[in-house]
Design a protein around this ligand. Structure first.
Ligand code: SF4
Ligand code: SF4
Length: 214
């Protein structure tokens, strides 16, 4: 966040030097809750987050393919993740901040997964106008919804996922829809369901997904 004013820092909770890396985790004691709870093992060491493994980065900031090895860990999270903040005992003093995060996701919380998968350019623009979620664009939100659908294993989503795996939908979405169909239907059935889509596919992103399932 860039602002025009100098903002004085809060008083330090302890006397530690903020710039001394050796003091990272000074307030954590023996706690390792965030490291243990992170669904994608994004903490290589206490006080260090590998953003490339973080669900918040992948589902909100990443504009491209979400690495296959992280998709299972995303679980049912369509947009962002607060697990490390939720488990941190210090955050019981930070209720206001948590409410802000929840409010940002209110629009998504009201939609079922089937409704998310059915979003069109028009409905996406109408529902998410003026919200932070618009930043991920329709392709990013459908990409995330495909991963969550694959993780549910719920057959009810298969028809829509096959549609999304078929051109002319967005290539990024097609790639993740293919992954989801394989997760739900299993290899043999997925190949049959996607036979028409794969026969006409030319985009490298999507072809890479088929190749990974071969
Ligand atoms: S936001 Fe979620 S995925 Fe990211 S570091 Fe925290 S627990 Fe891990
Ligand atoms: S959950 Fe909070 S107190 Fe515990 S290790 Fe993580 S940052 Fe430190």
């Amino acid at each position: 966040m860039l602002v025009r004013r100098a903002i004085p820092p809060d008083e330090p909770v302890t006397n530690r030097a903020e710039t001394d890396p050796a003091t990272v985790g000074l307030l954590c004691g023996k706690c390792t809750r965030c490291l243990d709870a992170c669904p994608t093992d994004a903490f290589p060491a206490p006080g260090v987050v590998d953003a490339r493994r973080c669900i918040s980065y992948q589902t909100i900031e990443n504009r491209g393919v979400i690495p296959r090895e992280l998709r299972r860990g995303i679980g049912q999270r369509v947009y962002g993740c607060d697990v490390c903040a939720e488990v941190c005992p210090w955050n019981r003093f930070a209720q206001e901040g948590r409410r802000v995060l929840l409010n940002l996701r209110g629009e998504i919380a009201e939609l079922g997964l089937g409704e998310l998968l059915a979003l069109t350019p028009d409905s996406f623009a109408r529902i998410f106008r003026g919200t932070a979620i618009k930043r991920v664009k329709l392709g990013g939100l459908l990409r995330n919804a495909c991963i969550v659908a694959g993780n549910t294993g719920n057959e009810i989503h298969l028809p829509r996922l096959v549609e999304l795996a078929t051109a002319p939908s967005i290539p990024l979405v097609r790639a993740h829809a293919v992954w989801a169909v394989f997760r739900i239907a299993g290899a043999e059935r997925a190949k049959a369901l996607l036979a028409a889509a794969s026969a006409t596919e030319t985009d490298p992103l999507v072809l890479a997904e088929y190749a990974a399932e071969a």
